[in-house]
Design a protein around this ligand. Sequence first.
Ligand code: KIV
Length: 268
Amino acid sequence: MNHRTDKVTVPDLKRFKVEASLITMLTAYDASFARLVDQAGCDCVLVGDSLGNVIQGHDSTLRVSVDDIAYHVEAVGRGLSRALLIADMPFLSYHDRTTTMAAAGTLMRAGAEMVKLEGAGPVIDRVAELVEHGIPVCAHLGLTPQHVHQLGGYRVQARDQRVAEALLADAERLQQAGAGLLVVECVPESVGAMLSSALEIPVIGIGAGAEVDGQVLVLYDVLGISIPPRPRFVADFLCGCDSVQEALSAYVDAVRERKFPGREHVYS
Ligand code: KIV
């Protein structure tokens, strides 16, 4: 059960890492589920552009707009009392300074407390500009679904040593630019562990193994209702539970106690 009760703020994230207190995150897209996720004790709730898949039924996140995310951020915000609310910046909403500021402004005004951007390269300057203007940023590396066509599909990233080293260099530059959190998706467990030990900011894994500072999953995967095929790194927590609330608490407890992810969810 959740024993943390104070509202989670951006500075708390680094403190959780210093205290070796694992961070729990789930996606949510509406007020009712947001309330249940919050009550289960999740530290962060992400309005992910995965809503393109699980809400809108597309086969990628590319069609999601800033207005789509803003609509769901407003709804989710009404359901939260403790968790930090993070909003995804959708595809092509952060390719230049003006577009980035406008999009992030819309999401913060809708109630987001942090925004998430995928990738590095030119994104590093965008991160620095957002942070300079008081907008907290979560970076996202590894498998970045907005680059699905460039990557040739949803595949494990950074299996090659040189690619893993480049990923670490990107992560360090994003931290230097002011990112306060890093989501790393679908990489070998050793890469997740390397990022977590090299960075001061918390590293939240999704298919990045157990040796990171916290975990995130898509809510509908946790409830076993997302459209198959489901990746190896997801688990159905509703299976064996009597209610959604019990399943969400089981997820939070399993992450905090480092029981999830298990060996069967990890890439090598
Ligand atoms: O869009 C999303 O839900 C995400 C998480 C899977 C990390 O980016």
